[in-house]
Design a binder for this molecule. Structure first.
Ligand SMILES: Nc1nc2c(ncn2[C@@H]2O[C@H](COP(=O)(O)OP(=O)(O)OP(=O)(O)O)[C@@H](O)[C@H]2O)c(=O)[nH]1
Ligand SMILES: [Mg+2]
Length: 344
């Protein structure tokens, strides 16, 4: 494990180097952007400082998530959508999130991402994110990469996530609009994930229209959407049929994306929406910092080790020990107080 910094704080010696990197990124250098994405992924100690600095430059791009079971055709669809965005001269960033893969960076780009034809396009930046280094904080990392892309000047950021499960639900929460891509074979998924899907989908897509059962799937979903009352919004969730590999039905999907974006702009005030996002960011950052501090204590603090010893005893009660810990002023100071927490 790489522990560049004992305090979970900025490592001073990194200072000039990472601000130079940031400067280069803000000037539009993709290599610098790529390096910063890697830092976010590895949760490098200077990341909070970078984020603080770029935050005022964020909030301009539009983002949408594309989620659905493995092999549904998400990347194929994303590839076609990139082409439409490029035709409008939009600068596009893609984050391909794979909660099941430890790999990141270039490692899985070959197989899973069918967007290579855009890889050499100056106006497209594609990056995959695996779980490695993020320490379970894939959702945090995705949000931070999105903000880096935003500050870099991307007009649109696409977040592709494999699967339909809790991690994906967290991740799609980050995007403005969520497309859920299903295939005629997804019947079981739809049944088990019904409530979850209804909550997250702004647009349903039944891809692989060439397969048997596609029309039935569309009408089933339409029925479910009609009956759905778990969302407080006037947005009517469209259910669209596509055959992404033949570029069929993609224009309609692109149109609905724009409709939803317009809906967001007109139905929630920008201020309201951003206030909500900032509130979520704050809680996320706070939680993450807290966890890092506790991890640091567990590694390095003698007295904290006493707690760890104690909790391992046969008759120990972790709840009771947690209560004692929260009342321990020395640790309150170490966690919330001055930034320098020298191991005792
Ligand atoms: N028959 C058929 N095949 C399609 C269609 N769209 C995509 N495919 C194929 O389905 C396979 C999987 O497509 P991908 O775009 O990689 O699917 P994905 O959802 O991104 O897959 P993962 O990222 O691995 O979860 C590829 O072989 C595509 O060519 C379609 O409409 N019909
Ligand atoms: Mg894919």
């Amino acid at each position: 494990m790489q522990d560049a910094d004992k305090n979970g704080n900025t490592n001073q010696t990194d200072g000039p180097e990472h601000s130079a990197l940031l400067g280069r990124m803000l000037k539009g250098e993709k290599l610098a952007l790529a390096k910063l994405v890697t830092s976010v992924e590895n949760d490098a100690p200077f990341v909070p400082e970078i984020m603080e600095e770029i935050y005022p430059k964020t909030g301009r791009c539009y983002s949408f998530g594309v989620t659905g079971p493995p092999g549904a055709g998400k990347s194929t669809l994303v590839d076609k959508l990139i082409a439409r965005l490029r035709a409008q001269d939009k600068m596009v960033g893609v984050i391909a999130v794979d909660p099941s893969s430890p790999f990141s960076g270039g490692a899985v780009l070959g197989d899973r991402i069918r967007m290579q034809r855009h890889a050499l396009d100056e106006g497209v930046f594609i990056r995959s994110l695996g779980t490695r280094g993020t320490g379970g904080g894939l959702s945090r990392a995705t949000g931070e990469v999105l903000r880096l892309f935003d500050a870099f000047g991307m007009d649109v950021v696409i977040i592709e996530t494999v699967g339909v499960g809790q991690t994906e639900l967290d991740i799609v929460d980050i995007a403005d609009t969520t497309l859920v891509v299903l295939v005629p074979e997804s019947g079981d998924t739809v049944q088990t994930m019904k409530a979850g899907l209804m909550e997250i989908a702004d647009v349903f897509i039944v891809n692989k229209a060439d397969r048997e059962g596609a029309d039935k799937m569309v009408s089933d979903l339409k029925g479910m959407v009609e009956l759905n009352d778990c969302r407080e919004t006037d947005w009517k969730v469209p259910v669209l049929l596509s055959q992404a590999n033949q570029d069929q039905g993609v224009d309609e999907i692109y149109k609905e994306l724009n409709n939803h974006r317009e809906f967001l702009d007109t139905h929630t005030t920008e201020g309201e929406r951003k206030a909500k996002i900032r509130r979520r960011h704050f809680l996320e950052i706070l939680g993450h910092r807290f966890v890092k501090k506790v991890e640091m204590l567990a590694r390095e603090d003698e007295r904290f080790r006493d707690y760890l010893e104690e909790v391992q005893q046969d008759d120990a009660n972790p709840y009771e020990i947690t209560k004692t810990f929260f009342q321990d002023e020395e640790f309150a100071r170490k966690i919330f107080g001055a930034t320098q927490t020298k191991p005792s």
